[in-house]
Design a protein around this ligand. Structure first.
Ligand SMILES: Nc1ncnc2c1ncn2[C@@H]1O[C@H](COP(=O)(O)OP(=O)(O)OP(=O)(O)O)[C@@H](O)[C@H]1O
Ligand SMILES: [Mg+2]
Length: 167
């Protein structure tokens, strides 16, 4: 698939003024996730891809500590659903292709992919694309683009209602 990458194409921009506000977005998305959900994360070093993943994992009821998978490439966790946390920063497209990631993308869990643009050719066609931009020490902008359903509906709902804490 082709990620949009251009932030001007974002369907929804979430501005987090703190880690707690990032947690609100992570909780919102974790609540909607189901088997086969794929979230592609991009953004510079230190933007918050791992921080977002840790908060997402918390709201997927993962009890284990979620570490950066930069060196492990893929880590699997048990929560309400399985969580496949990947970091493909050190991989070439060819190496990633050999890992057979479709097993995860179409598996029984949720896939979070840090540095997803590196492997965009082998990502599934339907996913939520998130680009994280650092604004200042504690503030981040999350640019969301929904590719296919249900992601387009998630983003539409976010645009209409924002991140609702109590539903
Ligand atoms: N609003 C915020 N949202 C997310 N992270 C934040 C926020 N404010 C501060 N941070 C901090 O920014 C840092 C983000 O680092 P993190 O390791 O998550 O980045 P990364 O994008 O995964 O980097 P890498 O490319 O090295 O994997 C963390 O220390 C986190 O606590
Ligand atoms: Mg990281």
């Amino acid at each position: 698939m082709r990620l949009a990458k251009d932030r001007a194409d974002a369907d929804y921009i979430f501005e987090a003024g703190s880690l707690e506000e990032t947690e609100m977005l992570a909780a919102y998305l974790a609540r909607r996730s189901k088997a086969g959900t794929v979230i592609a994360l991009d953004g510079d070093l230190g933007a918050g891809k791992t921080a977002f993943s840790q908060l997402f994992a918390k709201h997927l009821q993962v009890r284990d500590t979620v570490n950066s998978p930069t060196f492990t490439l893929i880590k699997e966790y048990e929560g309400r659903l399985k969580l496949y946390h990947m970091d493909v920063y050190r991989l070439s497209l060819e190496e990633a292709d050999e890992l057979g990631l479709d097993e995860y993308f179409y598996g029984e869990g949720v896939s979070l992919v840090e540095w997803a643009s590196i492997i965009e050719e082998i990502l599934p066609p339907e996913l939520l694309e998130i680009y994280i931009e650092t604004e200042s020490a504690a503030t981040r902008k999350f640019y969301l683009i929904g590719h296919g359903q249900p992601y387009e509906a998630w983003v539409h709902s976010l645009r209409e209602n924002g991140v609702m804490l109590h539903e």
